[in-house]
Design a protein around this ligand. Structure first.
Ligand code: WT7
Length: 635
C-alpha cells in the first residue's frame, strides 16, 4: 500500500522525506494505486524551470470524469455526490447521487457535442452556484473540451475579455441568479458581453429564476429541453495526461488577466491526494467548501478533489447573511457537515455578529475546519477555532494559489499540531524555500523572505493561455530555477511557515485576488481623471480594502467630489465587477514619483495605513512637495 492516507506526524515526516528524495517514485506509486488510467505513463516527470516546462505522467491516458464518477458507480452509486443547498432554505436541498451525476453529466456532454463542441474547444461557463455549474465542468471534461469558468460576479466587460482571450465558442449561463434577497440578471450581462465576442456561436441557458429574458435566435438555447432529449450515455474522451483540462483567469500586475492553464493527469492526482489528507476525509463524511466554483478553490475542492475521492460535497448557492447570519451554521447542523472550509473574510464578518447566533445550532458534527484565501489574523483564528471548532476540530490554514492548483502548505488535521496564523508545514512533495531580495536562499529557521518553490508538484499550472513568455516572466524570472509565488513568508524555529502577504501589487480583498493595474486602467478611462494609484489598507472584515489616490486633470474640477467618487466606483463595477470598488478615494494634486517617473506606492501604502512615522527619504523624489499635501488630506 502506498501512503495515500497519512494518519500521524511521524508518518508525515517519513512520507515527506520519501516524496522529496524520490519525487518520481513517490508520485508514480500514488498515481498507480489510486486512479483509473486508460494507459499508464511512459515517463513520470520531465521538467525545466528555465523554459519553463513541466510534464507529469507523459504518455498516460485517462478521463478525469471516469475517476470522479464512473469508477464510483459500483460501490457508491447511491451515495450523495453533490448536496445542493439553495439560496432560499425554504426551497429545500437536493441530493444528487453518483448515479444521477453520471446520468446528468453524460446528457450534458451529449448536448455539448450536438451543439458543435469538440475536444480542445474552449467553453466559457458563467453560471451561479447551482448543480448545472459543477455538471457543466464535468461535461466539458467528459468530451475533452477546455472549460473556462468566469465567476458570475464579474461584469460584462470582464467576461468579454476572458471569452475573447481564450476564443471560447460557447457560453453556458443561466437566466439569472439569486444572491440573498436579490436577483441578478446574468443573461443580460452575457448579452452585453457578447456584443464584443464574435467567436461565440452558441449560448446554453439554464433556467434558475424564471425571468423574462431575450433569447437570440440561432444563438441562444434553453438547456433543459436539450438535456431532456439527449442520451445519458456518453463515452468519455480519452485524454493525454498533459492535455489541458481548464483555463482559469487570475489577476496580475498588468491590466490583462492571466489565463492559467491546468492539465489533466497531475491536477487530478494532486487535488485528490491533498483533499484526502488536508481534510482527513473518511467515507460517509459530508464535506463543505463555501467558495464559489468560479475560483480555483471551488474547482479543486468542491468539484475535482472531492469527487475523485467519492466524497459527498456540499454546493451552496447563497450567502452567509441570508436569511440571517446563522445560515452557515444552520447548514452545518442540517447536513451534519464534517469538514468545513471557508475564508478569513467570512469568519471575520460572522464573528462580528456575536456567538449567540452560533450557539443556536448543533455544530458537533464538525471534525475539521479550514481557512484559505488570505492570511488569517490571530483574532479570527481564535474565534473560529474556539467558537466553531469548540477547540476540538483542528483548524487548517491552507496556503495555495490559482497557479498551484492544489493546497501547498497546510497542517494535516489530527497530524500536524496547529499554531495560530501559521500555515505550518509543506504538503507532501512540496519543496518551499525563502529567498532574500538579492536572490539568495535563506537557510535555517527563524527567517523571513519571499516564498518560492524549488521543485515541480503535479498540479502546477503549465502556462498562461496564449502567452508563455508572460508565464516565464511572472513566475520563473525573479529567482533562477524557482517558481516565485509573489508572497512573503517567514519560517519559525520549528520550520513552520507563516504567510505574511503579497509582495507585489496584488491586493487581497475579501479573499479576492485583485491586481491594481486593471483597476487603475478602469479609473483612468474617466475623462476628468489624470492619474490614479491604488493601494491596500487593513480592513476589519475584508482583510484589506482598496484606497485610491486620484489626480484630476483640472484641479479646480467644479463637480462635487462625492459625485466623482460614485462615478469612479460605477466605472470600476462596469469594467471589472463590484468586488473591485474602492473603499476610500482621496483626490490629490499629484502622486509621489521617482525620478524615472514610477509612482512610489510604498509611500502611498504607508499613508493609507496611517503609518507616516517612517516614510524614508522623500527628498529624492521628483515631486517631494506632494507628500505632505497627501498626508494632510489623508482619509
Ligand atoms: C493568493 C492566491 C487558492 C486559494 C484561493 C486564493 C493568498 C491564499 C492563503 C493563506 C495567506 C493566502 C496568497 C496567495 N493566500 N491562501 N492560507 N494564508 N495567504 O487563490 O486567488 O490565486 O490567490 O492568496 O497571497 O498568493 P488566488
Amino acid at each position: 500500500m502506498s501512503n495515500y492516507h497519512i494518519k500521524h506526524l511521524e508518518e508525515y515526516y517519513q512520507v515527506y522525506r520519501k516524496s522529496v528524495r524520490n519525487p518520481e517514485g513517490f508520485w508514480e506509486e500514488i498515481a498507480e494505486e489510486h486512479f483509473l488510467w486508460r494507459k499508464k505513463w511512459d515517463n513520470v516527470l520531465s521538467w525545466d524551470f528555465k523554459k519553463p516546462e513541466v510534464k507529469w505522467f507523459e504518455g498516460a491516458q485517462l478521463n478525469i470524469t471516469e475517476n470522479c464518477i464512473d469508477r464510483h458507480l459500483a460501490t457508491r452509486g447511491d451515495k450523495t455526490a453533490i448536496l445542493f443547498e439553495p439560496n432560499d432554505p425554504k426551497e429545500g436541498s437536493e441530493h444528487i447521487t453518483y448515479k444521477q451525476l453520471h446520468h446528468r453529466v453524460n446528457k450534458f456532454a451529449n448536448v455539448l457535442k450536438e451543439q458543435g463542441v469538440k475536444k480542445g474547444d474552449r467553453v466559457c461557463i458563467y453560471v451561479p452556484m447551482i448543480p448545472e455549474l459543477a455538471i457543466s465542468l464535468l461535461a466539458c471534461a467528459r468530451i475533452g473540451a477546455i472549460h473556462s469558468v468566469v465567476f458570475a460576479g464579474f461584469s460584462s466587460k470582464a467576461l468579454a475579455t476572458r471569452i475573447n482571450d481564450s476564443d471560447c465558442k460557447m457560453v453556458i449561463t443561466s437566466d439569472g441568479s439569486y444572491r440573498g434577497s436579490k436577483t441578478i440578471d446574468l443573461k443580460g450581462i452575457v448579452d452585453e458581453a457578447l456584443e464584443s465576442c464574435e467567436g461565440v456561436e452558441k449560448v446554453l441557458v439554464a433556467k434558475r429564476i424564471n425571468s423574462d429574458i431575450n433569447m437570440k435566435e440561432g444563438r441562444d438555447l434553453w438547456l433543459q429541453p436539450l438535456l431532456d432529449a439527449a442520451s445519458d450515455q456518453c463515452k468519455a474522451e480519452v485524454m493525454n495526461a498533459e492535455d489541458p483540462l481548464f483555463i482559469l483567469y487570475t489577476s496580475g500586475s498588468t491590466g490583462k488577466p492571466k489565463g492559467m492553464v491546468h492539465t489533466t493527469g497531475g491536477y487530478m492526482v494532486y487535488t485528490a491526494y491533498t483533499f484526502k489528507n488536508a481534510f482527513q476525509y473518511r467515507e460517509n463524511d459530508v464535506y463543505w467548501c463555501t467558495a464559489d466554483i468560479g475560483w480555483i478553490t471551488g474547482h479543486s475542492y468542491i468539484v475535482y478533489g472531492p469527487l475523485a475521492n467519492g466524497a459527498t460535497t456540499v454546493l451552496f448557492e447563497g450567502v452567509p447573511s441570508y436569511p440571517d447570519f446563522g445560515r452557515f451554521w444552520d447548514i452545518v447542523d442540517k447536513h451534519k457537515v464534517n469538514q468545513f472550509y471557508t475564508a478569513p473574510t467570512a469568519i471575520r464578518a460572522l464573528a462580528k455578529q456575536g456567538v449567540e447566533i452560533v450557539e443556536k445550532y448543533d455544530l458537533s458534527s464538525l471534525k475539521v475546519l479550514g481557512s484559505v484565501g488570505e492570511p488569517i489574523n490571530e483574532e479570527a483564528w481564535h474565534w473560529y477555532n474556539d467558537n466553531i471548532g469548540k477547540n476540538n476540530s483542528p483548524l487548517i490554514d491552507s496556503w495555495w494559489q490559482t497557479e498551484t492548483g492544489g493546497i501547498m502548505i497546510t497542517p494535516i488535521p489530527y497530524v500536524t499540531p496547529t499554531k495560530p496564523t501559521y500555515a505550518t508545514l509543506p504538503f507532501i512533495g512540496v519543496q518551499p524555500c525563502l529567498m532574500d531580495e538579492n536572490g539568495k536562499e535563506l537557510k535555517g529557521n527563524q527567517v523571513d523572505g519571499r516564498l518560492c518553490i524549488k521543485f515541480p508538484w503535479p498540479s502546477i499550472a503549465r502556462t498562461i493561455w496564449g502567452d508563455h513568455q508572460r508565464y516565464k516572466d511572472t513566475y520563473f524570472s525573479t529567482y533562477e530555477n524557482m517558481y516565485f509565488t509573489g508572497d512573503g513568508a517567514l519560517r519559525d524555529e520549528v520550520g513552520y511557515y507563516r504567510i505574511t502577504g503579497r509582495v507585489d501589487d496584488v491586493i487581497i480583498v475579501s479573499g479576492h485576488n485583485l491586481g491594481t493595474a486593471p483597476i487603475e486602467d478602469a479609473i483612468n478611462e474617466h475623462p476628468a481623471i489624470a492619474e490614479s494609484a491604488i493601494v491596500g489598507f487593513p480592513h476589519e472584515v475584508k482583510g484589506s480594502a482598496l484606497y485610491g489616490y486620484i489626480t484630476l486633470k483640472d484641479a479646480g474640477e467644479s463637480r462635487k467630489h462625492d459625485n466623482l467618487r460614485k462615478e469612479i466606483n460605477q466605472l470600476i463595477s462596469d469594467r471589472i465587477g463590484p468586488i473591485s470598488k474602492l473603499e476610500k478615494i482621496q483626490f490629490t494634486n499629484g502622486l509621489p514619483k521617482t525620478r524615472s517617473g514610477k509612482i512610489m506606492r510604498r509611500i502611498l501604502r504607508k499613508i493609507a495605513e496611517k503609518d507616516t512615522s517612517n516614510l524614508g527619504d522623500t527628498s529624492t523624489l521628483l515631486n517631494p512637495e506632494c507628500v505632505q499635501e497627501i498626508i494632510d488630506n489623508a482619509l
